[in-house]
Design a protein around this ligand. Structure first.
Ligand code: NAD
Length: 293
């Protein structure tokens, strides 16, 4: 396929490389210095011109809306705008309407799997949009990822992503505070892991991504809490889920509290570059001083 790719950052660049390696013709664009191994256009509109599919991988909804207004007029009728950024549900639905008005279709397909998943082609896509457009871009999902779930209409991909990450943020906090309580009660961390990971408190945060160094499978905790999934990105997603909860009048007290705790960690304590599981040393020292990794 002929693919325009706008946003060649940490995630976009390796995704574009995987598409090129699979034989697709890629024209990329980024407002910052872009990697020199991806063929570049001079504007987003030029990258979109004549493309079967234009992929966007951008920081937020505001930028996505601005880029959509540049690329939609340049895309051939019937082409698909595939947005893989994580943005607010409202922007995703707004961009889908704009695409439709221009004779295009739009699929919102945020990802999980991080930079490692983008590089290795093992991302998971959560997609919203018309079934025909989902079918059109499915071969691209197969190149860039290992799984794509069609979640329904426009915006539902973003909805699935922020609901998942709201669960993740809250369970990571619960897992970390339980370790801290166990420490105070004199319970060995390995014993705590052995029990909880095989009991009703088990979760992905405990079993697959244990926040305690030296316990459970290898995780960012074993690498001085280098991400992984940065706490700043977790805060971004928790802000999006609370924004959506407010707009939809959903009662999400745990999501709200998780947002507040990550905001403190990232904005007040300056720990946004650490992995989101560094909440464990943060709780251990009650937020004072350097993380006691
Ligand atoms: P990034 O900041 O590395 O990349 C974004 C790129 O967009 C940058 O290179 C920037 O220069 C470019 N850009 C900004 N405005 C632009 C414009 N108007 N036109 C063209 N390019 C423009 O971010 P990233 O880590 O690659 O993340 C991209 C998206 O993927 C975000 O929405 C993020 O939330 C989501 N995401 C990231 C991860 C991760 O682990 N990094 C995981 C899952 C989802």
């Amino acid at each position: 396929m002929k693919i325009g790719f706008v946003g060649l950052g940490n995630m976009g660049a390796p995704m574009a490389r995987n598409l090129m390696a699979a034989g697709h013709q890629v024209a990329g664009f980024d407002t910052a210095a872009a990697p020199d191994d991806i063929p570049l256009a001079t504007t987003a509109a030029e990258a979109a011109s004549g493309a079967d599919v234009v992929i966007t991988m951008l920081p937020n909804g505001e930028i996505l809306r601005a880029v959509a207004s540049q690329i939609h007029p340049a895309m051939p009728k019937g082409a698909v705008h595939l947005d893989c950024s994580t943005v607010d549900v409202e922007s995703a639905r707004n961009v889908a309407q704009a695409a439709e008005a221009s004779g295009l279709s739009c699929v919102d397909a945020p990802v999980s799997g991080g930079i490692g998943g983008a590089t290795n082609g093992t991302l998971t896509f959560m997609a919203g949009g018309p079934p025909e457009a989902f079918d059109t871009v499915s071969p691209l999902f197969e190149v860039m990822g290992q799984k794509a779930v069609h979640c329904g209409d426009a915006g539902n991909g973003q909805a699935a992503k922020i609901c998942n990450n709201m669960v993740l943020g809250a369970t990571m906090i619960a897992t970390c505070e339980a370790f801290v309580l166990a420490d105070k009660l004199g319970l060995d961390r390995q014993a705590m892991y052995d029990v909880v990971s095989t009991s009703s408190g088990y979760s992905w945060s405990m079993n697959a991504y244990c926040p305690a160094p030296g316990v459970g499978p290898q995780s960012p905790a074993d690498n001085d809490y280098r991400p992984g999934f940065a706490a700043a990105l977790m805060l971004k997603d928790l802000n999006l889920s609370q924004m959506a909860a407010k707009a939809a009048d959903a009662d999400t007290p745990m999501g709200q509290r998780a947002r507040e705790i990550y905001a403190q960690f990232v904005e007040d304590e300056g720990k946004g570059a650490l992995d989101f599981s560094a909440m464990l040393p943060r709780f251990s020292n009650r937020g004072r001083g350097p993380a006691d990794t």
